[in-house]
Design a binder for this molecule. Structure first.
Ligand code: ARG
Length: 463
């Protein structure tokens, strides 16, 4: 009997074996083993807490820690050998500890602990560490945007609304629009890490710890910023998983929109940018094709992360308190999303730092009608109400169309004055100049050089 209960952790009250398919269906080891380090750390600190209570002797604690270090070394060397009864990472590590230091001592590590507070602890440590890595590579990506924006500040391009040419902008301004989204993502991520970083350990299965363990000591030992103040919540709360998935979803949405812009700009019709070969692929049939697969995958994978969020929210909905095995379904979507997000950041960084800008094509895509607002503003400066100047400028656009002269800038001064006699000879220099148009927009957040460089400074400050 004693032997059987050691075979599976909860085996004491069971007599029959598991249906083999049930064993597979139930096991999370194949995917939760990646949390091996967090699990070992958790047990190390937890057993230190037990020793403080007098539940372990100093000798027992040092044996346990010696064993945990050996297990860590096995994992790192790729030498950890699992057995069919390893239901999850927690049971696997504890089973191995028993083999290494003897079951009499190893059998004490779980005193007052449940896999419910253990798994919640492991997950939070694991997610915290992954998010810190993501934070760093995200900063690098933002930096690439900022550096390109500085170097290519003189490049002008059409800005779009409704995907129709609207007004001239700086290419750098477009770049920084995405850096601005990403810097909000960075801020959200930093706030998220704080909420992830709370300790459930010492909550037992649900009702709390039976030996008055010092939860603050456990939290501090694991680098947590504090404890979750209710044991029922501590074991059942997966909001940090939902938040992480939402964070990833919104972030991927930004990368997706960025990618869509670049896909459009890379077409022969636009020709604004050229993707590096490293991030493009060819067609198996059409030799001339160069496809923006990297960007299409960034766009496509945003749907995948959103799917993880939607799926896991569905799992969570209506779960009775507190721990339910449904919660084991948090791991695969979460791990998949973390991998997808971090690979996507690296790909986006590669794409952006290697693409070539075709500034002549961008300039050639600017058309005089994009200065119609500037023409209206010209008269505003002469005291004419904007609603009136808007109308007058529209009449000028129509006149140019009727005359088929090739644009409002090709009309003579007399023709302009036939629409409104307040147009003067300075209109050519004041209005029909793209650079001038861009430079006028120098208020905070605008596309003038000074305003773009101000954005650069603000973004750098967040890094
Ligand atoms: N593998 C489980 C999970 O991921 C660990 C917790 C198991 N707890 C339990 N009461 N069966 O959720």
């Amino acid at each position: 009997m004693a032997d059987k209960s050691l075979k599976s952790l909860w085996g004491g009250r069971f007599t029959g074996g598991l249906d083999p398919l049930m064993q597979l269906y139930n096991a999370s080891f194949p995917y939760d083993k990646k949390m091996y380090e967090a699990d070992l750390q958790g047990t190390k600190v937890y057993t230190a807490g037990l020793q403080k209570l007098g539940l372990l002797t100093e000798h027992e604690l040092s044996e346990i820690h010696r064993g945990l270090d050996l297990i860590l070394a096995e994992w790192r060397a790729g030498e950890f050998k699992d057995v069919p009864d390893d239901e999850d990472i927690h049971t696997a590590n504890e089973r191995r500890l028993g083999e290494l230091i003897g079951r009499d001592i190893a059998g004490k590590v779980h005193t007052g602990r449940s896999r419910n507070d253990q798994v919640a602890t492991d997950m939070r440590i694991y997610v915290r560490e992954e998010l810190k890595v993501i934070e760093n590579i995200l900063k690098e990506l933002i930096l690439v945007f900022v550096q390109r924006a500085e170097v290519e500040i003189d490049v002008l391009m059409p800005g779009y609304t409704h995907l129709q040419r609207a007004q001239p902008i700086r290419w750098s301004h477009w770049l920084l629009s995405y850096a601005t989204y990403l810097s909000a993502d960075l801020q959200r991520l930093q706030q998220l890490i704080e909420r992830v970083n709370l300790s459930p350990l010492g909550s037992g299965a649900l009702a709390g710890h039976p030996y008055s363990i010092d939860r603050d000591f456990l939290a501090a030992g694991l680098g947590f910023g504090g404890v979750i103040p209710n044991s029922l919540t501590a074991v059942s709360d997966r909001d940090f998983v939902v938040e992480t998935l939402f964070w990833g979803t919104l972030f991927m949405n930004h990368l997706s929109r960025f990618s869509e812009d670049l896909i459009i700009y890379s077409t022969a019709e636009f020709g604004f940018i050229d993707l590096a070969d490293a991030y493009s692929t060819g067609s198996s049939l059409m030799p001339q094709k160069k496809n923006p697969d990297s960007l299409e995958l960034l766009r496509g994978k945003s749907g995948r992360v959103f799917g993880s969020l939607a799926g896991f929210l569905m799992t969570l909905k209506s779960l009775p308190s507190t721990y339910d095995k449904d919660l084991q379904e948090d791991k695969e979507p979460l791990f998949d999303a973390l991998t997808t997000v971090s690979h996507s950041i690296s790909i986006a960084t590669g794409v952006l730092s290697t693409l070539a800008v075709n500034k002549e094509r961008m300039l050639a895509a600017l058309t005089p009608d994009m200065l119609a607002t500037d023409l209206a503003d010209y008269l505003v400066r002469k005291g004419v109400p904007f609603r009136e100047t808007h109308h007058i400028s529209g009449a000028v656009v129509r006149l140019a169309e009727v005359k088929k002269c090739g644009g409002i800038d090709k009309l003579s001064l007399e023709e302009l004055q036939s629409v409104d006699n307040r147009f003067g000879p300075d209109v050519v220099a004041e209005v029909f100049d793209y650079e001038r148009s861009v430079e006028r927009r120098d208020a905070i957040g605008g596309t003038a050089k000074s305003a773009v460089l101000d954005q650069v400074a603000r973004l750098r400050a967040t890094l």
